[in-house]
Design a protein around this ligand. Sequence first.
Ligand SMILES: *[C@@H]1O[C@H](CO)[C@@H](O)[C@H](O)[C@H]1NC(C)=O
Ligand SMILES: *[C@@H]1O[C@H](CO)[C@@H](O)[C@H](O)[C@H]1NC(C)=O
Ligand SMILES: *[C@@H]1O[C@H](CO)[C@@H](O)[C@H](O)[C@H]1NC(C)=O
Ligand SMILES: *[C@@H]1O[C@H](CO)[C@@H](O)[C@H](O)[C@H]1NC(C)=O
Length: 421
Amino acid sequence: MNLTPFLGKPRLYPCLLFVAFITFTTIFSGHNLIYILRQQFDHTQQEVEQPKQQHPRSEKEKDVTLPFSGGEIGGGCNIFEGRWVFEKESRPLYDEGECPYIQPQLTCQAYGRPDKEYQQRRWQPHSCSLPSFNATSMWERLRGKRMMFVGDSLNRNQFASLICLLHSVIPESAKSMQTVNSIIVFRAEEYNATIEFYWAPFLVESNADNAVVHRIQDRIVRIGSIKKHAQHWKGVDILVFNTYLWWLTGFKMKILRGSFKDKKLDIIEMETEEAYHMALKKMVKWVEKNVDPQKSRVFFVTMSPSHSTSMDWGGEAGGNCYNQTTPIEDPRYWGSSSSKSMMVVIGKVLSNTKVPITLLNITQLSEYRKDAHSSIYKKQWNPLTPQQLANPVTYADCIHWCLPGLPDTWNELLYTKLLFP
Ligand SMILES: *[C@@H]1O[C@H](CO)[C@@H](O)[C@H](O)[C@H]1NC(C)=O
Ligand SMILES: *[C@@H]1O[C@H](CO)[C@@H](O)[C@H](O)[C@H]1NC(C)=O
Ligand SMILES: *[C@@H]1O[C@H](CO)[C@@H](O)[C@H](O)[C@H]1NC(C)=O
Ligand SMILES: *[C@@H]1O[C@H](CO)[C@@H](O)[C@H](O)[C@H]1NC(C)=O
């Protein structure tokens, strides 16, 4: 793993009032997320013996064989370094209209987005090509298994994308989507498999844990406590974690030392990086104690960047992702929304864990995609004021991503790391 530390002073951007606003509006409406509920059907189980193919992972981990793998892409290719290629013929991988599982915050065409090029870009690593995504092949690996995404709304964005990539090969009567408390479960009967999303924006316990009702201000994190959430992940075969956006408060983090039930909360303040470090450590400790590396895989998805300030990429003052239709060309572009100091923390904590945690380093490739956000083309939960309507920049969502779109690539990378590590 490349652990070259970034140069420059660690900074977190206080510009995040805007982030707070968007996150709030998006998350607050989470209860509307699942509008398709289906009954499960009795279904006979098709028993097919899966050959157990195993291949070494990389030079460094030759002695470790990872479950689910079926080959190698070889050459030590870093699939996260590459460029975007416009390719109308092979993209998107599905149509917006034929995937009923996309939240209305992400169905950009349905809400009037005029351009489609953002759907037609393929990620091309510099030194290899990604295997093409094969839904049947993925289901075969998932047979009898549970896969779970754990994290915030961006992880839910990726979860929805994966369901869209996978659902079409399952007949209508043999799939279902249900929400139970903090968990959304997609079930494919004939494979006896589930793909789930669990809301835990800090991974550890916090006062933002209710998927529907939570305040965005005054975030309080109980870093020492992960069990309350983790009891729901135990025994899951493939875990995909993320956590980042909620740490960006622009202030020091408020850390709870006792319990949320205490009469008087015992709260201390801590630098964000330090708190983030402790939370990731807590997650790693849990994984090392509870995950069997012979049976399970664990992934961690790095920061999803936002595009709230067009001056970052040399655009006009006052602009953001609104009206952006092309990616950023500068290969070194990083912008101001993804903290390099937080990436350094991720590198430190996730290298050399006792149970392998595979990094999905999607930050750089996503930084280029200022064209791929939901922007103003999404369901608005509150009526827009005339002032807002007159200036769309003020209400563009530059955090989440249209589907089909960028998160499909994150899943192609996940698929690659899962099947061809
Ligand atoms: C997808 O995978 C299935 C099962 O592994 C295989 O039968 C099929 O030929 C593959 N499809 C393509 C297009 O490669
Ligand atoms: C279905 O999968 C679950 C694990 O998710 C497993 O415990 C159960 O035995 C499986 N059922 C059948 C009929 O294969
Ligand atoms: C959108 O961008 C184009 C140039 O790319 C510009 O001509 C147009 O005025 C912009 N529209 C708005 C509403 O900002
Ligand atoms: C993720 O990728 C970026 C850009 O390629 C790199 O600078 C960074 O160090 C990587 N992060 C980790 C934790 O390896």
